[in-house]
Write a protein that binds this ligand. Structure first.
Ligand SMILES: Nc1ncnc2c1ncn2[C@@H]1O[C@H](COP(=O)(O)OP(=O)(O)OP(=O)(O)O)[C@@H](O)[C@H]1O
Ligand SMILES: [Mg+2]
Length: 382
């Protein structure tokens, strides 16, 4: 067990790290953040931040030796860095989960080999093989770079053969990546996620199933409880638990799912860390995803993930700042007793950048959604 007062190292300095630290502080933990790009939003609330490259072995060693356990809030950490750090200090989740989830080909192969439902896919490593892959899958389809994609970056949706004509152009547009995955486009009736925490003993705890609405491939709204049947919710929960078990996750894993028009759940992708769709749990559940992650890696008893009531989370992207050249006016949100506002204190607002979120709790999903939409529209209009 890693007790209160211990130091937790976090790879990555984004808002997920920030909220992890804020939750862990309540249990008496201290934090060191390792972030290559410079002073970060997580670093601002940490005890210490190290800004150095992933190739900087001296800084990595200083980081590993200054903490009691290492975790991450960002899965695109080079595997050799994880191996290197693991030789000095335990890294959770360990290599298997990270290595599988940080590469779309390995992720898809894992799902297929273990009979988890996933979209039809093909790989390509050149414009010529891309052409073959696209024609095997058919239209509509989506091309995704195998690594470093997030918020829909590194993706092109193709609606018809005409849009696929110039494979060289598509390849260049994606940045001539080493490898891409071509996926069948799923005509789904909804997107959902399940966040599962697992301890080294194998004990698991899941959050209620979350319904997600994306705008321009970026998560916009998360709704809990998801508007699905009890049986679909149970299947989603069981899928996430089975995946967490197979990947021997210690910490959290978020499993993103589509529900297709035949009522079948299909795994889109997994993230072995806290997930944007779980932010509602800070205000909506007895134990948040962030606290549960700390409990899992520290081997503490799990907290209850019981929902206080229906909750709706809305992301606040940088566009709200850049469209009006000033920060939004938060007065209405702050005055509403049903709303909790979270701002990440990022230095610069950019289009598509996650700057904060707010959570609305209500008597029903419908009433919470109505309040959330009204607030969001008002923020956009001012
Ligand atoms: N095969 C597909 N069929 C239908 N919709 C898809 C498909 N692939 C992606 N999408 C849509 O694009 C969104 C982003 O895709 P995906 O989750 O693969 O990308 P990402 O860049 O890893 O995003 P994030 O990090 O935000 O989860 C999905 O949530 C979904 O709305
Ligand atoms: Mg996704």
């Amino acid at each position: 067990m890693i007790g209160s007062g211990s130091i937790i190292g976090i790879l990555g300095g984004g808002q997920l790290g920030r909220m992890l630290i804020l939750a862990g502080r309540n249990l008496g933990y201290r934090f060191v953040v390792y972030e290559p790009t410079g002073p970060s939003t997580a670093g601002k609330v940490a005890d210490k931040e190290i800004n150095a490259a992933y190739e900087d072995e001296v800084a990595l060693e200083e980081f590993a030796r200054s903490v009691d356990v290492i975790t991450l809030e960002f899965e695109n950490i080079p595997a050799q860095v994880i191996d290197w750090l693991s030789a000095i200090k335990q890294v959770l989740p360990a290599r298997l989960a990270l290595y599988t989830c940080q590469h779309r080909q390995r992720e898809k192969d894992f799902l297929k080999e273990n009979d988890f439902p996933c979209v039809q896919f093909e790989y390509a490593d050149s414009p010529a093989s891309l052409e073959v892959a696209v024609h095997k899958i058919g239209f509509p389809c989506v091309i995704k770079t195998a690594t470093f994609g997030y918020d829909g970056k590194g993706q092109i949706k193709l609606r018809n053969a005409k849009e696929a004509e110039d494979a060289d152009y598509l390849w260049e547009f994606l940045g001539a990546p080493p490898r891409v995955v071509v996926e069948k486009w799923i005509h789904h009736i909804g997107e959902f996620s399940v966040i599962c925490a697992r301890k080294a003993s194998g004990e698991q705890s899941t959050l209620p199933v979350i319904e997600n609405i994306h705008v321009n491939h970026i998560l916009h709204t998360s709704i809990v409880p998801a508007r699905i049947t009890e049986s679909t919710a149970q299947q989603a929960d069981a899928l996430a638990r089975a995946i967490a078990e197979k990947l021997e996750v210690v910490g959290l894993i978020a499993v993103e799912l589509f529900l297709n028009t035949d009522g079948k759940l299909i795994v889109n992708e997994m993230a072995p860390r806290p997930h944007n769709s779980g932010h509602f749990s800070i205000d909506g559940c007895i134990t948040s995803q962030f606290e549960q992650h700390i409990r899992a890696i520290a081997d503490l008893p799990f907290g209850s993930t019981k929902l206080y009531g229906p909750a709706v989370m809305v992301n606040l992207l940088g566009d709200l700042w850049t469209n009006s050249n000033c920060p939004p006016d938060w007065t209405d949100l702050l005055e509403d007793s049903k709303v909790k506002l979270h701002l990440y204190d990022k230095e610069e607002a950019r289009s598509g950048r996650k700057m904060g979120h707010f959570t609305v709790t209500g008597e029903t999903v419908e009433s919470a959604l109505e309040v959330a939409e009204a607030h969001f529209c008002k923020l956009q209009d001012t």
